[in-house]
Design a binder for this molecule. Structure first.
Ligand SMILES: Nc1ncnc2c1ncn2[C@@H]1O[C@H](COP(=O)(O)OP(=O)(O)OP(=O)(O)O)[C@@H](O)[C@H]1O
Ligand SMILES: [Mg+2]
Length: 325
């Protein structure tokens, strides 16, 4: 049912360039967390560090009682099997069919028979709505289908932790909505621990159980969705307040600096928009790790912005996507 990851005091530099320092957070088992941050703040570096592809200078990453930072290569190899990673571009092999791409980790890391491989690949392709596209090459399908194929491949080894690096980049709003629904339904079905890097504010507001924000070489904040969506902290507001600024403007740290300057000069922030309901599963059941709307606010004596938790207006369509993309 997913595993917890506890990051403590993590610092990563390249040469003299500090990417981020003293990052501490816990990704709760089975929950969906989103990481936001301007372009270049080291979100992808964070994912690569979590999976052990990059070594931090300081800090620890505890998973099942083991610290990934100090593990030997052989043990790290074992721990990595807990992870499924969806890279930004899907990272599919261009000359292989979707079927072979998705079967690749099974053929590489397990001794399963071809008939078992077929069963697993078919099941995962169905999960992501790609049944019927087995023989297509990555170059013959749309960007949205490639993302889903990458997701199917990340799923074949039944990971306990899935890291998504901008699964929604380059997708139109409708396909982003479908993908978000897929992520919610998938989390409900396999109950792994999810960490999603995204620039999409609507995704950040409606999909996760927890939100984090990397900003100016620090983790500005990490916590339950309602905590960040009701936060008065200027940087957090600036990022999560959809009324104020779109994700593209926020993709530049410079813009954020300018906005901070504006704020210092006395420009008023607009009121916090209502906290939307979290995207429900297609079936309508709550996910095992889902909290009740308003629960965090109530428990912490925080009054949510007026109109919070009232409608599904920002929720994505409730149906599973058809094959066409
Ligand atoms: N292997 C590397 N060697 C040296 N510097 C690197 C390496 N990988 C990343 N960086 C630097 O680390 C910083 C953070 O990069 P990263 O790709 O994590 O940003 P990001 O937050 O994912 O940005 P985006 O939103 O644009 O994807 C950048 O300045 C980048 O140049
Ligand atoms: Mg990135």
């Amino acid at each position: 049912m997913g595993v917890e990851i506890t990051v403590e005091g993590l610092t990563k530099s390249f040469g003299r360039q500090v990417i981020w320092q003293d990052v501490s957070l816990t990704l709760p088992a089975g929950e969906i967390s989103v990481m936001l941050g301007p372009s270049g703040t080291g979100k992808s570096v964070f994912l690569k560090t979590l999976v052990g592809l990059l070594k931090p200078e300081r800090g620890s990453i505890m998973i099942q009682g083991r610290d990934l930072v100090t593990l030997r290569e052989a043990d790290l190899y074992e721990v990595r099997k807990l992870f499924g990673v969806l890279f930004q571009d899907g990272a599919l092999f261009g000359s292989m069919s979707l079927y072979d791409n998705i079967a690749f980790p099974l053929r590489e890391h397990t001794k399963k028979s071809e008939s078992d491989v077929k069963k697993i690949v078919s099941e995962k392709m169905e999960m992501v709505g790609l049944t019927g596209s087995e023989s297509k090459l990555p170059g013959e399908i749309s960007g949205g289908m490639r993302k889903r194929a990458g997701l199917a491949r990340a799923l074949v080894l039944d990971p306990e932790i899935i890291l998504f690096d901008e699964p929604d980049s380059g997708l139109d709003p409708v396909r982003t909505a479908y993908l978000n629904q897929l992520i919610i339904d998938l989390n409900d079905a396999i109950q792994a621990t999810f960490l999603i890097v995204t620039h999409d504010v609507n995704t950040a507001r409606t999909v996760p159980d927890n939100i984090g924000l990397l900003y100016h070489r620090h983790l500005a904040m990490f916590g339950p969705r309602e905590m960040l969506l009701s936060s008065e902290e200027p940087v957090v507001r600036q990022f999560l307040n959809a009324q104020r600024q779109g994700p593209i403007g926020m993709a530049e740290e410079k813009d954020a600096d300018e906005l901070a300057q504006e704020e210092a000069e006395g420009h008023e922030m607009p009121p916090l928009p209502p906290i939307p309901l979290q995207l429900p599963t297609s079936a309508g059941n709550p996910r095992p790790t889902q909290r009740e709307p308003g629960a965090w606010c109530r428990e912490n004596g925080v009054t949510p912005p007026p109109g919070s938790f009232e409608s599904h207006s920002t929720a994505a369509p409730r149906t599973t996507p058809e094959l066409a993309s």
